[in-house]
Ligand binder design. Structure first.
Ligand code: UDP
Ligand code: MG
Length: 319
C-alpha cells in the first residue's frame, strides 16, 4: 500500500511566541516520518492564521518561503478555533488522503502522530488523540475540562472523554463533515456523529511551551455552553421539569389559599405574597432566557453566514 498523503492543519491565533518552535519540532518530526515512508512525499504542513493581531502571519509567510512543504491560509478576521480548523481542512480537501489537526502550542504530543497514521493504514477512518495524563494542566483546567466531558456525555452528546481537536480524519470523513452545515460547529461532537471505523491513540498532554492560552475562563465557558446548546435540548427539558415542579407547588399554594378562605384565615400575609411572586417570576425569567438562547441559535443558523472567509493563501500552487 502506498503511504498516505498527509496534511497537518495547525490553527494559529496570536501565536508569534511559539510558532518558530512549533515549526521546528513539527518539521523534524514530519521529515522523519516522511523518510521512514510512513507518509507520502507530497504531504504538507498547513498553518491557518485566524486573524491574529501579532506577527503570526509574517512568520507563516517566512516559513512558506523557506520550506515548500509549508502552506499558509489567512482568514480575513478571527473566526475562532473550530472555523480555522475547517478552513485549513476544506481548502485542501482534494489533495490529501488523510488530515491531522493539531494545536499550535505543542501541548499534544507529536509522537502520537505515528500511531494515528498506523491506525489509519490499518483501516481506521478517524483516530482520536486522547489525553491519558493531564497532570501538566492546572488543577482548575483539568477539573473543569473533565467535568465538561462528563456533563456533555450525560446530556447525550457523543464526545470522547479527554479528546480535544487532535485527531486524524480520512478524506471520506472530511467529505461527510462538509454536510454538517451548522455555523457553530463543535467538532468534538460532530465527528463522532459521522461514524465509520474509529480508533484512539493515547498520549500525555504537555505544558504550553510558550505564549498564553487563547481560552481564558470566559471563552472556555462560552465554548462549553455552545457545545451543550448546539447538541442537546436537555437544558430545555430540565426547565420543563422545573416548570412542572413549580406548577405542583403553585397548586399546593392555591389549595392552601382556598382552605384559608373557606375556614376564615383570611389575613393576607406579606410572605405568602412575596415568596411565590419572586419564586415564580424568577423561574419564568430563567425559562425565557433559556428559550431565548435556543432561539438565538436558530437565528444564527438560519442566516447561514459563512463559517470563515479566506483572505489569501501561500504555496497553494505546488499542491
Ligand atoms: N485558536 C484559534 N482561534 C481562536 C482561538 C484559538 O485558531 O480564536 C487556536 C490557537 O492558536 C491554538 C488552538 O486554537 O492553536 C488552541 O488554543 P489554546 O492552546 O490557546 O487553547 P487551550 O489549549 O488553552 O484550551
Ligand atoms: Mg493549548
Amino acid at each position: 500500500m502506498n503511504p498516505a498523503r498527509l496534511l497537518l492543519v495547525i490553527p494559529c491565533y496570536n501565536e508569534e511566541a511559539i510558532l518558530y518552535m512549533t515549526y521546528a519540532k513539527l518539521n523534524t518530526y514530519y521529515n522523519s516520518i516522511k523518510q521512514q515512508g510512513l507518509i507520502a512525499g507530497d504531504s504538507r504542513i498547513c498553518f491557518v492564521n485566524d486573524g491574529s493581531r501579532d506577527k503570526t502571519w509574517n512568520i507563516i509567510e517566512e516559513l512558506c518561503s523557506r520550506d515548500p512543504d509549508v502552506t499558509g491560509v489567512a482568514l480575513s478576521r478571527n473566526f475562532g478555533h473550530q472555523s480555522a480548523i475547517m478552513a485549513g481542512l476544506e481548502q485542501h480537501m482534494d489533495h490529501f488522503d488523510c488530515f491531522i489537526t493539531i494545536d499550535a502550542d505543542l501541548q499534544d504530543d507529536l509522537n502520537a502522530i505515528t500511531g494515528m497514521i498506523e491506525k489509519h493504514r490499518e483501516g481506521a477512518m478517524v483516530v482520536y488523540g486522547v489525553r491519558s495524563d493531564r497532570s501538566s494542566d492546572t488543577w482548575f483546567k483539568r477539573s473543569t475540562a473533565e467535568g465538561f466531558y462528563v456533563l456533555m456525555q450525560k446530556m447525550g452528546v457523543p464526545v470522547i472523554f479527554n479528546h480535544a481537536d487532535f485527531r486524524l480524519m480520512d478524506r471520506r470523513v472530511l467529505q461527510e463533515l462538509g454536510n454538517f452545515k451548522e455555523i457553530n460547529l463543535f467538532l468534538r461532537g460532530v465527528v463522532p456523529l459521522i461514524g465509520f471505523r474509529n480508533e484512539k491513540v493515547f498520549y500525555n498532554r504537555l505544558e504550553r511551551q510558550a505564549g498564553e492560552t487563547k481560552y481564558p475562563i470566559s471563552k472556555m465557558l462560552l465554548f462549553a455552553w455552545n457545545g451543550i446548546t448546539s447538541f442537546s435540548t436537555f437544558p430545555m427539558r430540565l426547565v420543563l421539569y422545573f416548570g412542572f415542579f413549580n406548577f405542583l407547588i403553585a397548586m399546593g399554594i392555591v389549595a392552601y389559599i382556598l382552605f384559608s378562605y373557606l375556614f376564615g384565615y383570611t389575613v393576607p400575609g406579606w410572605t405568602s405574597t412575596m415568596l411565590p411572586l419572586t419564586f415564580f417570576s424568577g423561574s419564568n425569567m430563567m425559562a425565557l432566557g433559556l428559550i431565548g438562547e435556543y432561539i438565538g441559535k436558530i437565528y444564527e443558523e438560519v442566516k447561514g453566514r459563512p463559517r470563515y472567509i479566506i483572505e489569501k493563501t501561500i504555496n497553494e500552487q505546488i499542491l
